[in-house]
Write a protein that binds this ligand. Structure first.
Ligand code: NAD
Ligand code: TYD
Length: 332
């Protein structure tokens, strides 16, 4: 099987590339990745020599790069995106360009290449805030920050390419992921980094916001099922059943590190902060998927991974000094 993975040098991408190499002996894998601050060839160091893997450095907004990388792909798994809500709040342009226009470029190229399947990885954030209950795939999209809005646009554009041109698009909407190689601007690795240095942990607002946490291993199995059994034109939620307040997650991280809760520092909230995300999961369950990684075990082992890869953590943070100084100025 010939598969193109966009964003394969990022967090979910590098885990999925390893998953594919492990589970599909005959796979021919191409990665298209721009290697932004979040993409890192070091994330793929142990597999780059695999002769089943071909790495293209390029931008998904660049039609030529997209055509060269997609070439004769049978399956496209589209993960590349500007993924950080906070950065999209500081400036929405990059998220709009990559997440929306980049997806449009890939969809257009796919019309020529005609892959068997185009798996568009969307997000639970397209539904917006869910104070009670859980959103099914039929719920209206109501994104409330620039990242989520650009992803919602891409999600519906992918659907439009199915309806209008018959492109076999499957859309997934996963909840918050955690696991090895997550770029340390996101809550879990950023707080591990700071706690290891005994620096205060900037908790937005009251820390009572709720996220549902999906281990990347479970997400990889979900993407595999969607690649094999997802119905074109359909969207599939990927919930994890691990709804936790941010404070509960942070306390678990501190406990694993043996660090005091006095490191917690409540700071000014993020504008437009969605207090809760929640998804129903019956549609994906009907295809045979269930999350397997238990919450506490998965989170503790993820925290240990970052501790064991402290150089990676430090070097990743060093690539974004300016961002951290700007965003957290006046907060911590
Ligand atoms: P990430 O930020 O870790 O990685 C993104 C990757 O995309 C990087 O390797 C980066 O270099 C690449 N990239 C960015 N812009 C590009 C461009 N213009 N052209 C080519 N490559 C580009 O992100 P992630 O957490 O691995 O997320 C992957 C996908 O999953 C995204 O589409 C995201 O919206 C979606 N998602 C993530 C989560 C999560 O919790 N991480 C949850 C739901 C959905
Ligand atoms: P994040 O990992 O950025 O993912 P998302 O915003 O896509 O859910 O954040 C997870 C939660 O943690 C979110 O409610 C915001 C909160 N958070 C903080 O309180 N402080 C921080 O410094 C960061 C990065 C996140």
């Amino acid at each position: 099987m010939r598969i193109l993975v966009t964003g394969g040098a990022g967090f979910i991408g590098c885990n999925f590339v390893r998953f594919l190499l492990r589970n599909y002996p005959d796979v021919q894998l191409t990665i298209l990745d721009k290697l932004t601050y979040a993409g890192n060839l070091a994330n793929l160091a142990d597999v780059l020599d695999d002769n089943r893997l071909c790495f293209f450095e390029g931008d998904i907004c660049d039609r030529t790069a997209a055509s060269d990388a997609m070439a004769d792909a049978e399956v496209v798994v589209h993960l590349a995106a500007e993924t950080h809500v906070d950065r999209s709040i500081m400036g929405a342009e990059r998220a709009a360009r990559t997440n929306f226009m980049g997806t449009q470029t890939l969809l257009e190229v796919a019309r020529e290449v005609q892959p068997r399947l185009f798996l568009h990885v969307s997000t639970d954030e397209v539904y917006g805030c869910c104070p009670v209950g859980a959103f099914s795939e039929e719920a209206p999209l109501n994104p409330r920050n620039p990242y989520a809005a650009a992803k919602a646009g891409a999600d519906r554009l992918a659907y439009a390419y199915y309806i209008t041109y018959g492109l076999p698009v499957v859309i997934s909407r996963p909840c918050n992921n955690y696991g090895p190689y997550q770029y340390p601007e996101k809550l879990v690795p950023f707080f591990v980094y700071r706690a290891l240095r005994d620096e205060p942990l900037p908790v937005y607002g009251d820390g009572q916001q709720v996220r549902d946490w999906l281990h990347t291993d479970d997400h990889c199995r979900a993407m595999q099922i969607l690649m094999e059994r997802g119905l074109p034109g359909e969207a599939y939620n990927i919930p994890a059943g691990n709804e936790r307040t941010n404070l509960a997650t942070i306390r678990l991280i501190l406990d694993e590190l043996g660090k005091p809760e006095s490191l917690i520092q409540f700071v000014e909230d993020r504008p437009g902060h969605d207090v809760r995300y929640a998804l129903t999961g019956d549609k994906l369950a009907a295809l045979g998927w269930q999350p397997q990684v238990p919450w506490e075990q998965g989170m503790r082992s993820t925290v240990r991974w970052f501790v064991e890869h402290r150089d990676w953590l430090e070097q990743s943070i060093a690539r974004s000094r300016e961002y951290f100084e700007q965003w957290y100025a006046g907060r911590v």
